[in-house]
Design a binder for this molecule. Structure first.
Ligand code: F6P
Length: 546
């Protein structure tokens, strides 16, 4: 496949710069005033989700140029290459086939698909057995608690999905341990009984320091409780692409479920990495989760660019990052069960697209992934929304809004909905000086006091945001939502001409950490920078005092 010209040399890019200049004196609200059809046209619907992007700082002209840029960047071919299994992860010479994990047919890849089906069967059998209470620990007690030990992609996906689908949980409790800070494992294990606990050591590489340290500590916990080495097989499973390392660790080969090198960690919740979710919610619900993602895949693969939800979101990301020059993006889920979504999306977008060279290793002269951040509404309204409304920084935002609640408290939930819609509107309309002044006078302030205070109440507005709504957080909509952001990430990576599926940037820190770990435990004199050397000495001194 031929590479397009560098992003900034594409004709659509220059057009976009002209649009940005033209739109700099127009407000989003003006768009609504001049176009009564905007709210119904700037919408995309797919897989149970509805994206309203009418409160974005784009009009028909700039959108047309964005869509032209997508064509000039060969995005349609790139999407086909993704689904076809081309080696789009060029630095590791692999495909990125997370879509095959939720496919309901072999997508032209029968051998790989067979391994997916075999793994699904094993996941189903394990989750059924656990949920029936027929899987027992070494002493004959039924397993009641599952602890997933993993980090990054081997943790965030299953942790988010399990938490988001709490209303669908059965009796088995699933817990997640990721941090090498021993307090994480300690806190998770405190209420658990070893004899009824099953660990899933989830690590594609089975080399990740945090996961191995926690895995070893979990094994000691089990052995200290009176279990012997032979008993461990009833308490440890592994999900890994490195079965040798897992068996060296002491997990029998028949307890290992696969993780394939053609699936990136941050795209892997659909694989056996999602086993803890399947256990928590049951196989039928997990199947709906896969089906929701597949529905989004089909939309992404087949829809016209002008109605393609992930593609539109990606073009907006490019518009703000590269043309308007904004380096951040907020994700604000108005649902308690989705409070981990920003964390999950941080890894997805920033590990995928936080890159500085193109696929051929040439340095880029334009921005790539913005910083993604956010937290659940309405909490953020009482902390950082002040900055969203009046700060000097513009933060494009995605509001995520399930329209119904599983709690049964629809009256209270209505307040949540009202707050979400209010924030979305307030960011766009803001409050003028005149409006601020009038409102202060109405509150009874005298003219002088009102004039003094009014500038503090002004909100410039014109702060762009989208709203993604859906019926409720359920397995299907959750699958669709995560697949939506996966494909958005893919499109942005393709537009930026980077490899979204490697993560070389995480290596150096791991290498230096191994050297420092050695130094913290010995008396060698080192030759690192003065600051690091002093901090090593301070640490050692603190240990002597203990
Ligand atoms: O350090 C980053 C990373 O490699 C992520 O990409 C990955 O999701 C995580 O670590 C965990 O890796 P593993 O599954 O191999 O333990």
């Amino acid at each position: 496949m031929t590479n397009p010209a560098p992003l900034s040399d594409l004709p659509g890019y220059t057009e976009l710069e002209a649009h940005a200049t033209r739109l700099s004196s127009i407000s989003i609200e003006d768009f609504f005033n001049t176009d009564p059809t905007r709210a119904e046209r700037y919408v995309s619907e797919a897989a149970g989700l509805r994206l309203d992007y009418s409160k974005q700082l784009v009009d028909d002209g700039s959108l047309a140029s964005l869509l032209r840029l997508a064509t000039q960047a060969n995005l349609r071919d790139r999407i086909k290459a993704l689904f076809r299994g081309d080696h789009i992860n060029n630095t590791e010479d692999r495909p990125a086939l997370h879509t095959l994990l939720r496919a309901s047919d072999d997508s032209g890849l029968p051998d790989l698909y067979q391994t997916v089906l075999d793994t699904r069967k094993r996941m189903q059998a394990l989750s059924d057995e656990l949920r029936r209470g027929t899987m027992r620990g070494h002493s004959g007690l039924a397993i009641t608690d599952v602890v997933n030990i993993g980090i990054g992609g081997s943790d965030l996906g299953p942790r988010l999905v399990t938490q988001a689908l709490t209303p669908f949980h059965g009796k088995i409790r699933c817990h997640y341990v990721a941090n090498v800070d021993p307090a994480d494992l300690r806190d998770a294990l405190a209420p658990l009984r070893p004899a009824s606990t099953l660990f899933i050591i989830c690590s594609k590489s089975f080399r990740t320091e945090e996961t191995l340290a926690n895995g070893l500590a979990a094994r000691s916990w089990m052995l200290h409780s009176g279990a012997c080495d032979a008993d461990l097989a009833q308490h440890f499973l592994a999900v890994t692409g490195n079965v040798n390392a897992a068996t060296d660790f002491g997990i029998p080969v028949q307890n290992c479920l696969p993780m394939w090198n053609w699936v990136g960690g941050r795209y892997s919740v659909w694989s056996a990495v999602g086993l803890s979710c399947a256990i928590a919610v049951g196989w039928e619900n997990f199947r709906h989760f896969l089906a929701g993602a597949e529905a989004m895949d089909q939309h992404f693969h087949t829809s016209d660019a002008s109605d393609n939800m992930p593609l539109i979101m990606s073009l907006l990301e490019l518009w703000y990052s590269n043309i308007i020059g904004i380096g951040n993006h907020a994700v604000l889920p108005y649902d308690h069960s989705l409070r981990l979504l920003p964390d999950y999306l941080q890894q997805l977008t920033m590990e995928s697209n936080g890159k500085r060279v193109d696929t051929q290793g040439n340095p880029l002269d334009y921005a790539t992934a913005p910083v993604l951040w956010g937290s659940a509404g309405t909490m953020g309204q009482h902390s950082f929304h002040q900055l969203l409304h009046q700060g000097q920084l513009t933060c494009p935002a995605d509001f995520i809004l399930p329209l119904t609640t599983h709690t049964g408290a629809s009256g209270q939930h209505r307040k949540l909905v009202a707050n979400c819609l209010a924030q979305s509107r307030a960011l766009m309309v803001g409050r003028s000086l005149t409006e601020a002044n009038t409102s202060l006078l109405q509150r009874g302030l005298d003219k002088t006091s009102a004039a003094q205070l009014a500038p503090h109440l002004v909100m410039p507005g014109n702060r762009p945001n989208s709203l993604i709504s859906f019926d409720s957080v359920n397995p299907s909509t959750l699958g669709a939502l995560l697949a939506l952001y996966e494909h958005r990430t893919f499109c942005s990576g393709q537009l930026w001409q980077i490899n979204s599926f490697d993560q070389w940037g995480v290596e150096l820190g791991k290498e230096i950490s191994a050297v420092i770990l050695d130094r913290l435990g010995n008396n060698e004199i080192g030759s690192m920078d003065d600051s690091t050397e002093r901090l090593i000495q301070i640490y050692k001194y603190s240990q002597q005092k203990q």
